[in-house]
Design a protein around this ligand. Structure first.
Ligand code: ZN
Length: 226
């Protein structure tokens, strides 16, 4: 019985996403849940989202101050979720698809070797709408795919393209994160420069029931390397 429990509990998770705030809507509740269950979470964020067009409502950032502001927002989001280890990899925003693949793969491989995660979370390449998301997911899948089957962690992918179920089927992991909405909402609100939603939540325009319906579930596709 105890053995069985252990297989369900992830103890070492690596999250690889390209932008500060990518963690907030799709995965923060799941990560907060794993942290509460004792997992160590490392979040490798490829860029600082410094090319983002949003500067806050009303604006409080500008092109010069945005990177530092987004860095602080990312740190606050990680604190809200309980992420213990944040790595900012320093790639340029909006250009991940043009990075040398070798360079991206090398950095991701170094993390895999150092951390030996049991679970990796990233975007599903081809089904994640933004070119940076797709390029990030593709790099993770390439790099994890080079590991031997024995060394290979599970990979859970976030995806949100239109009609994606027709291509990749239904998500096989559906997490109810209603017990972790406090952490999730704090993560979303931390990204003040980016989300109008944060303003919306901050002024309590959403009823608790609406928050549960909108944010209470997170879905993942386990990547098949076969
Ligand atoms: Zn993004």
């Amino acid at each position: 019985m105890e053995e069985e429990m252990k297989t369900l509990v992830e103890n070492n998770i690596l999250v690889v996403l390209p932008h500060p705030d990518d963690e907030a809507f799709g995965v923060s509740g799941t990560l907060a849940m794993h942290v509460q269950n004792g997992a160590k979470v490392t979040y490798a964020c490829l860029t600082l989202g410094e090319m983002g067009r949003n500067m806050g409502i009303p604006p409080f950032a500008n092109r010069v101050t945005l990177p530092e502001i987004r860095k602080k927002e990312l740190e606050a989001s990680c604190r809200a979720i309980g992420i213990q280890d944040l790595r900012m990899l320093g790639f340029h925003d909006k250009t991940i698809e043009f990075e040398l693949q070798e360079l991206l793969d090398e950095r991701i491989d170094a993390l895999l070797q150092e951390l030996r995660p049991s679970l990796v979370i990233t975007f599903y390449p081809g089904y994640s709408v933004h070119p940076d998301h797709d390029a990030c997911g593709a790099a993770v899948i390439r790099t994890v795919g080079r590991l031997s089957e024995k060394e290979r962690p599970l990979v859970h992918c976030i995806a949100f393209a239109k009609n994606l179920e027709q291509s990749i089927g239904n998500p096989d992991i559906i997490n109810n994160v209603r017990d972790f909405l406090k952490q999730k909402m704090s993560s979303i609100e931390a990204h003040r420069s980016q989300f109008q939603a944060a303003e919306l939540l901050g002024s309590k325009k959403l009823k608790p029931r609406e928050i549960q319906d909108r944010f209470g579930t997170e879905r993942f596709w386990t990547y098949s390397f076969k």
